[in-house]
Design a protein. Structure first.
Length: 369
């Protein structure tokens, strides 16, 4: 089980991440720093990627190398926020080395698991999450160099924030790894075949979609995002039918609904941006709702399960927490992005959710008492 101190640390950093998402509502005497970067980094990289490393190493507490990753990821986020890009490049490369060391130690240099039926779908998604994190760190270095020092790609969408958002994808992959680990307790040929398809559809689909975003290709984005949406539906149906009935299933099923809403809002935004009379304010409302649903809906559901992986069942009323989670993510957070009082309420509710899913007593805690 993850130590209480580590769970409390993640709770504090995740709360800070949400707060930075609302910082634009506060007058800071002309400061022009991009708080959106801290909002993204603290959740996706500092918490999400560190939890991925923790889950890979299967330890009660972070190892020394895991702790180094956490501290360096915080430093990377701060350097990018302060626009100290040379320091950010050096730190990103150190983070890349750490992730690759862990990936090679627990899997392999070449991702042979992807191409062999001897490995479970869960292992494939797990390895893909680490590999994606490594590639994301290298791409962020390339994006910084391209935008701030030596431009080598003259594309409208090759900007830092586009690449920084990519740190969300490893969290999605490790969550899917956990979902398939529950399904494989009832492994069937049908589950395995559908899982193989889902693995390649999700990974190749996201790579292709990212290329279409960089080249600003509208119609291909609609097609590939729609294909990804149907792949998500397939995974949800598989999970709902095949996973054992446990407390985790309710949280992950809720997370999949968040992911489907994320996909729908993404398709809606693409269609609105390219095929309708685009209004910046309306577009911003759609993309904010999309981002909050992805980060604090889908991603949080997966990270919470990983943090409490060995603790379930935990002592809480699952349905009430899930309902509160939906109200906070789908209503309060998007509205709070525009109104400070609602932002404060969203943050309070978010803290309550984090307290219950991260700090409430579990079976392992009671056994140690």
């Amino acid at each position: 089980m993850m130590s209480f101190k580590l769970r409390l640390t993640f709770m504090i950093v995740m709360t800070a991440a949400l707060l930075f998402g609302f910082m634009h509502l506060i007058n800071l005497d002309g400061l022009v720093y991009d708080f959106e970067r801290l909002h993204i980094f603290l959740f996706n990289l500092c918490c999400g990627a560190t939890i991925l490393i923790y889950h890979t190493e299967k330890r009660k507490t972070l190892s020394t190398i895991g702790f180094c990753f956490f501290i360096l990821s915080m430093a990377f986020g701060i350097m990018a926020f302060l626009k100290l890009y040379i320091a950010a490049i050096v730190i990103a490369f150190l983070l890349f080395i750490i992730v690759e060391f862990i990936r090679w130690k627990h899997f392999s240099i070449f991702p042979k698991q992807f191409f062999s039926t001897q490995y479970s779908i869960s292992e494939k998604f797990h390895h893909a999450a680490l590999l994606c994190l490594s590639i994301g760190l290298l791409f962020s270095i390339a994006a910084i160099i391209n935008e701030e020092f030596y431009p080598f790609l003259n594309l409208k969408m090759v900007i830092l924030n586009t690449f920084f958002l990519g740190f969300s994808f490893p969290i999605s992959l490790i969550t899917m790894s956990v979902m398939f680990s529950f399904m494989q307790q009832r492994k069937t040929d049908k589950t395995n075949l559908s899982g193989q398809y889902s693995f390649w559809a999700i990974n190749l689909g996201v790579i292709i979609f990212f290329v279409f975003i960089l080249f600003d290709l509208a119609l291909p984005q609609v097609f590939i995002s729609s294909a990804l949406f149907f792949s998500v539906i397939l995974i949800f149906v598989l999970f709902y039918k095949q996973a054992l009935k446990k407390q985790q299933k309710a949280f992950l099923s809720s997370g999949m609904f968040f992911l489907m809403i994320t996909a729908i809002s993404g398709i809606l935004y693409i269609y609105y941006k390219y095929y309708m009379e685009y209004d910046y304010e309306i577009g911003r409302i759609i993309i904010r709702a999309h981002a909050f649903t992805a980060l604090y809906g889908w991603n949080l559901s997966g990270l919470a399960i990983i943090c409490r992986y060995y603790d379930f069942p935990i002592r809480l009323h699952s349905r009430r927490v899930i309902v509160l989670h939906w109200i906070t993510v789908l209503i309060l957070a998007p509205v709070g992005y525009h109104f400070l009082p609602i932002a404060i309420l969203a943050t309070v509710f978010y803290c309550i959710i984090l307290y219950y899913v991260l700090l409430s007593d579990g079976e392992a805690s009671k056994a140690l008492a």
